[in-house]
Write a protein that binds this ligand. Structure first.
Ligand code: GDP
Ligand code: ADP
Length: 194
């Protein structure tokens, strides 16, 4: 991987247990901060209603994803919820070398891996659910998972919460407006610092 000595973009990473509201907050922050672009990951999970190829994810089948892993196409990738998820190397390096700022939505391990690769220009924000009962309600309301998949996500939430101390900032998503304002303030401050 080559990181140029020219203008360097910054990397903002959101992590949160599935269903906390990180995609909802990411959408608001991206609207408010036009200099920040969403880093579109690749995944093998099926597309949900309302999602678009190349906007929310690049949707690959398992064979293509594994080929890309072998070709060194990912800066990091993880396997959970019976699917692969990965950050594309070329798109990340091109953006950062061109001075563009990127917003990533990654699991906790992906977030920490990115911080190791970009220690000086990355900000890791952990978004916490108010409590597990609220998290379950939000996942139910979203209707994106069947009962088994929902329970797997709730179990993984406990694991992800164990990583919270390794993040630069922690924001609780209780009231959406308040949480989105708090996240926007942290991101704006980070992007304006030289
Ligand atoms: N490590 C890693 N995690 C990712 C990537 N893309 C998405 N994720 C994480 O994968 C998890 C599941 O994402 P998704 O299936 O979209 O479900 P959701 O979080 O419930 O909306 C979330 O924790 C995402 O942050 C990636 O490129 N790398
Ligand atoms: N602060 C909030 N209060 C109530 N519901 C919320 C809040 N934030 C998000 N939601 C809802 O919770 C569900 C999960 O949010 P989503 O952004 O998809 O989570 P994630 O990306 O973390 O998996 C969605 O239906 C969303 O509208």
């Amino acid at each position: 991987m080559t990181i140029s000595r020219g203008p360097t973009g910054k990397l903002v990473v959101f992590s949160a247990p599935s269903g906390t509201g990180k995609s909802t907050i990411a959408k608001i922050v991206l609207e408010r901060i036009p200099s920040l672009a969403f880093s579109v990951s690749a995944t093998t999970r099926p597309m949900r209603a309302g999602e678009e190829e190349g906007v929310h994810y690049y949707f690959l089948d398992k064979k293509k994803f594994e080929e890309k892993i072998r070709d060194g196409g990912f800066i990091e990738h993880e396997y959970f919820f019976n699917n692969y998820y990965g950050t594309l190397l070329d798109k990340t390096v091109d953006a950062v070398n061109s001075g563009h700022h990127l917003l990533f939505d990654l699991d906790v391990k992906g977030a920490l891996n990115l911080k190791t690769l970009f220690p000086l220009n990355s900000l890791l924000i952990f978004i916490r659910p108010p409590d597990m009962a609220t998290l379950r309600e939000r996942l139910l309301k979203r209707e994106s998972e069947d009962a088994d998949a929902l329970n797997v996500r709730l179990e993984r939430a406990e694991l992800e919460l164990g990583y919270v101390d390794q993040f630069d900032e922690v924001i609780v998503n209780d009231c959406l407006d308040r949480a989105a304002d708090a996240v926007t303030a942290k991101v704006s401050e980070f992007l304006s610092n030289t």
